[in-house]
Design a protein. Structure first.
Length: 62
């Protein structure tokens, strides 16, 4: 059941990222960066996955 949920969420994330292709301007601390929205969404997704895995790893070590 967990695998099916993961596959459904992954498919929805990929669909959402693929549907958003226009360029956006992101204001960082010092400068503005213009990137395609799919790049920003993919980076955010990957950062969330990495943070989730790090938290799960730390909890498993306890």
């Amino acid at each position: 059941m967990r695998t099916i949920g993961f596959v459904v969420l992954a498919a929805l994330a990929i669909w959402f990222i693929a549907a958003n292709t226009e360029s956006v301007t992101i204001r960082l601390w010092v400068s503005d960066v213009t990137l395609p929205l799919w790049t920003v969404l993919t980076g955010t997704l990957l950062a969330g996955i990495v943070l989730g895995l790090l938290i799960a790893y730390r909890r498993a070590r306890r």
